[in-house]
Design a protein around this ligand. Structure first.
Ligand SMILES: [Zn+2]
Length: 268
């Protein structure tokens, strides 16, 4: 491979790792320096160096550095955990401390009223630098935003702690006939990215599960009752179907993406 091609490839990997994990690009550069300093040669030395530095960064250094940016990892409880552990491995689980306080209140409330409903979080924010967007969610850049999975149940109506896609995004609870349909309106108006989350599933799973109206309603009620929450995005046909009254539940607009595969919350 020519020198220019190599530089281009390394730049590409650096950018992709940075966009996905924030620290991955810097770790990639550090792994070159580190692996050159190790005199012993063995297969996949560069990859091993990357994995060691990345793990130390993710679990030791970054949580400490994040405090400088007023961010911390989402605290877990029996009914609050990530939908997919990759969220943690990719450093997409950081919030401001007031978000953790709010989540503790919601978790306690839900544990009391609906212990079977789990809060399964998806993308939150990166650990460092205000204004650094967590793609593809441009607004997740201030430590105040968290996405949650919808709640699902089995055929017997038992609430199940699982998602319908690997990533937790992209499997939609479509509008039924007669329900308000912003998906159609937005696509007709030319907002072709409105259903872009369909490309983010990383594979559909648990096809036998169905949308849990009682579970999602309980979660939405718990999420919207607290004073600290500013806005919650959920597709209008689901707000209508679940008979949700809170004025905090808004339509995000056609310029954004549809929210009938996940719930978005943001604090003041
Ligand atoms: Zn979001």
């Amino acid at each position: 491979m020519g020198k220019n091609c190599k530089i281009l490839l390394h730049t590409f990997v650096f950018i992709i790792l940075t966009l996905l994990t924030q620290i991955g690009g810097v770790v990639y550069l550090m792994s070159f320096i580190f692996s050159r300093r190790i005199k012993i040669s063995f297969p996949l030395k560069g990859l091993a160096a990357f994995l060691v530095i990345y793990s130390l960064g993710t679990f030791v250094t970054v949580p400490m550095l994040a405090k400088l940016f007023h961010r911390e990892r989402i605290t877990h409880y029996d009914n609050l955990h990530p939908a997919n552990y990759m969220t943690i491995l990719m450093n997409r689980n950081y919030v401001r401390s007031e978000v953790n306080t709010y989540l503790k209140t919601v978790s306690d409330k839900l544990m009391h009223s609906h212990p079977q409903v789990k809060m399964r979080y998806l993308d939150a924010n990166f650990p460092l630098i205000d204004g650094f967007p967590l793609l593809p969610h441009l607004s997740h850049n201030d430590g105040k935003k968290v996405d949650f999975s919808l709640v699902y149940e089995d055929e017997q109506g038992h609430i199940i702690d699982a998602s319908k896609s690997v990533s937790g995004y992209g499997v939609f609870e479509e509008p039924r006939s007669g329900e308000i349909n912003h998906y159609k309106t937005c696509l007709t108006a030319g907002f072709t990215m409105y259903d872009a989350p369909k490309y983010m599933t990383l594979g559909s799973i648990n096809g036998e599960l169905r949308f849990s109206e009682k579970g999602t309603k309980a979660l939405m009620d718990a999420l919207t009752q607290d004073e600290a929450v500013d806005k919650v995005f959920l597709e209008p046909h689901l707000k209508e179907r679940l008979r949700l009254q809170s004025k905090k539940i808004r339509f995000q607009g056609c310029h954004s993406v549809r929210h009938d595969d996940h719930i978005h919350i943001q604090l003041r």
